[in-house]
Design a protein around this ligand. Sequence first.
Ligand code: AMP
Length: 200
Amino acid sequence: MPNIILLGPPGAGKGTQAARLVAERGMVQLSTGDMLREAKTSGTEMGRRVAEVMDRGELVTDEIVIGLIEEKLATAGGNGFIFDGFPRTLPQADALGELLARTGQRLDAVIQLVVDDAALISRIEGRAAEALAAGKPVRADDNAAVFADRLRAYYKSTSPLIGYYYALGDLFTVDGLAPIESVAKSIANVLDQAAEASVG
Ligand code: AMP
């Protein structure tokens, strides 16, 4: 049961690929973004505070997201976890390592989806247009100004995780600009490699 992290800037395709792994392999997707959006609509004080931070494109505190993940790790089971949008900071990465160790689990692979900024911006614009056309709600943080802030938060706080996991020997890179099918295939290859490594 592999546990993996999908790492990459907002709009890199982490959610799309995670959904496929859930459908095809029965893995469990743990998206802190989804959990926070749920908290946002809960009407609680925590939800209200979280909403303000998210709508500005900034990161929610480590304490909140680590708490959310801890809760899910204790209750969810399945064919391995896909961490999607978590960890986003070095303290979150340390916390994840500790949480997994505490439950006798390990991280099998960190898959970095590599994309460039210009492509991301057009993807985000596309995501908003698609939602509008389908009559679905557009994410409040899917607009150009907030997106630029989310991208800055990624470079400042999350991109150091690339070096962190590279140093641990856990990092695999995948071209996130390839068609969805090829990205999925590359991820499948990484999962197979990781499975072989843990057996051999
Ligand atoms: P996402 O759906 O992953 O793009 O997340 C949407 C927003 O939720 C982010 O822009 C942050 O404000 C917040 N968020 C999600 N995951 C985290 C995390 N691991 N740490 C801090 N903030 C997060």
